[in-house]
Design a binder for this molecule. Structure first.
Ligand code: 16G
Ligand code: ZN
Length: 533
């Protein structure tokens, strides 16, 4: 009863703003920061209940990622470090929408009963709280300013009884990066002249953290721009801007032609690379998430092949782990063709990290990326266990062999790459290590395949939920007739591909079109946008 009274009293201090209905979408709750107070308070309650239910540490991250500075958002990290289990999302929606404290209390009471959540006599709830650099993110007791992936990483580490401070995070990244660099075959080091990397920090938390990480890194020449001291978060900078507009971010220009550049988003869970085109009015060659995915897949395949090379006489301890690549409909068709031609298994899910992550977790090694630059590589416990054993064995029987090195590389990748969510900082280090390993420039990497021209549009509609899709958002099933019209339009273009979907983060319907020329992609997108209007 005392707890009930406290809940009633404290929640009445944060009444929901009238007329605002929020839902726990693709990336948690996200809206203009001014309407989020009660939502954040209420999601705090959910986090505590989730912690009690799972008897684990739960994460709460305050960020609106690449969205404008006046927005904010809040989302939960589950014990694994992944996204909140989807079967709790309806409860999150109900909590956020409860009209007053009484209803809120009732909801909590019912849910505690239904889910059988232990409230007393056991371990108390523990929440790790993180925030990005937004001015509206201030909270009393927290883990301080973090990137979103750092918070997810820490939650995961805590629940594995590992140390989980920022220092451990940085050390794990720099040690495993060092390990990959030390394992580079002699003679393939990239020309030192081309070794420089310039990073756009989106005026957010990622640039600040990279400055810290850089201090303990060897073997990388990084210059960081837009690290938040002057410019405005995500304004004319950052991975979302660079990927969508295909121009240089603020602070970059003609002087950077020929240099490898990368861009993070506002909370550093997205990463894209680019190079500035000469004499092209600040246009860039974009190296997006699909190409990062392709680079990772290629490297992993190479290591697996080396590891499993038959060495003649001995009975080989071969273990073919399942390897899967996960994309969404936004993946450029040329990337999918390239991956399939390389013999990889490619599967598709709906847009949103939680869907890709879940799918990737079905493989021993699951690599996922959205074209926008969010992605990571997941390793199954079973495979890592086998790999550990195999690697120790090889250290005894054939130390220094190609096989042993391949095993060590895969182990290092599993430590470097964030197993909880896509992480721009760890992704960046892996890209850099692989480029050095291959001896590749950004141009050689970009030449793996050539993107088909594509166009994205958004259409404002009265009710975007009227559009219902299936098949990883590639087919509209309602309203009837639209898909037939899209098909007819698409058929007019060689290699045409087009789909529409309701956005999960904005009140719009998105249109994506792809074809063999810029004009064709534009025309197809425009024609289909008309159908939606
Ligand atoms: C969110 C998602 C991102 C997705 C984007 C699509 C997470 C952490 N982020 O930013 O994966 O690409 O939404 O936005 O899940 P849209 O639904 O508005 O197109
Ligand atoms: Zn983000």
């Amino acid at each position: 009863d005392k707890q009930r009274a406290i809940l009633l009293q404290s929640s009445s201090r944060f009444p929901p703003p009238p007329g605002v209905k929020l839902s726990y979408g693709t990336a948690g709750f996200r809206a203009d920061a001014s309407v989020l107070q009660s939502t954040v308070f209420r999601l705090g309650i959910l986090a505590a209940l989730r912690s009690l239910k799972t008897q684990s540490v739960i994460g709460l991250m305050i960020t609106a990622s690449h969205n404008k500075i006046s927005d904010n958002g809040v989302k939960i990290a589950d014990p694994s470090g992944g996204m909140l289990s989807q079967d709790w999302e309806p409860f999150a929606d109900a909590l956020a929408d409860a009209p007053d404290s009484q209803h809120l209390l009732q909801l909590v009471d019912d849910f505690v009963k239904k889910e059988n959540i232990p409230l007393e006599g056991v371990q108390s709830a523990e929440i790790s709280l993180g925030r990005d650099t937004r001015p509206t993110g201030a909270v009393a007791v927290d883990m301080g300013i973090l990137t979103t992936p750092q918070l997810h990483w820490m939650v995961r580490a805590r629940n594995k009884s590992m140390k989980a401070t920022e220092l451990e995070y940085f050390e794990q990244l720099s040690n495993s990066f060092r390990c990959l660099i030390d394992l580079i075959p002699q003679g393939s080091a990239v020309n030192k002249m081309n070794n420089k990397l310039i990073v756009d920090g989106a005026n957010g938390v990622g640039g600040e953290k990279l400055e810290l990480l850089k201090k303990i890194l060897n073997g990388l020449d990084i210059e960081i721009r837009n690290s938040g001291k002057q410019g405005v978060l995500n304004e004319g900078v950052g991975a979302d801007y660079v990927q969508k507009e295909k121009v240089v971010p603020c602070g970059f220009g003609p002087a950077d032609v020929g240099i490898r550049c990368a861009s993070l988003d506002g909370d550093a869970d997205r990463l894209v690379y680019f190079s500035v085109l000469p004499n092209a009015n600040n246009r860039i060659d974009l190296v997006d998430g699909d190409k990062i995915l392709s680079l990772f897949a290629l490297f992993i395949e190479e290591q697996l092949n080396t590891l499993n090379k038959r060495d003649g006489d001995t009975e080989n301890k071969c273990y073919r782990p399942t390897l899967g690549v996960v994309q969404t409909a936004y993946a450029n068709g040329a990337s999918t063709d390239y991956l399939k031609h390389s013999g990889l298994e490619v599967v598709f899910t709906k847009t949103g990290v939680k869907y890709l992550h879940q799918k990737a977790a079905e493989y021993d090694i699951g690599i996922y990326f959205e074209a926008n630059g969010h992605g990571t590589i997941l390793f199954s416990e079973g495979f890592l266990h086998w790999l550990d054993g195999r690697s120790s064995e090889l250290a005894l029987t054939s130390k220094g062999s190609g096989q042993q090195k391949a095993a060590l590389r895969l182990l290092a990748v599993s430590k470097l790459i964030n197993q909880a969510v896509g992480d721009a900082l760890s992704g960046l280090l892996l890209v850099e290590a692989i480029l050095q390993h291959m001896g590749w420039s950004i141009h050689r990497w970009n030449d793996l395949y050539h993107d088909l021209p594509s166009r994205q549009l958004k259409v404002k509609v009265v009710d975007r939920t009227a559009i219902v899709t299936e098949n990883a958002e590639t087919v509209v099933v309602s309203p009837l007739g639209i898909q037939e019209a899209i098909n007819a339009e698409t058929a007019r273009y060689p290699r045409g591909r087009c789909f529409i979907r309701p956005s999960g983060t904005e009140d719009v319907v998105r249109v994506y079109a792809e074809a063999t020329t810029e004009d064709a992609a534009d025309n197809l997108a425009n024609a289909v946008a008309q159908l939606v209007d």
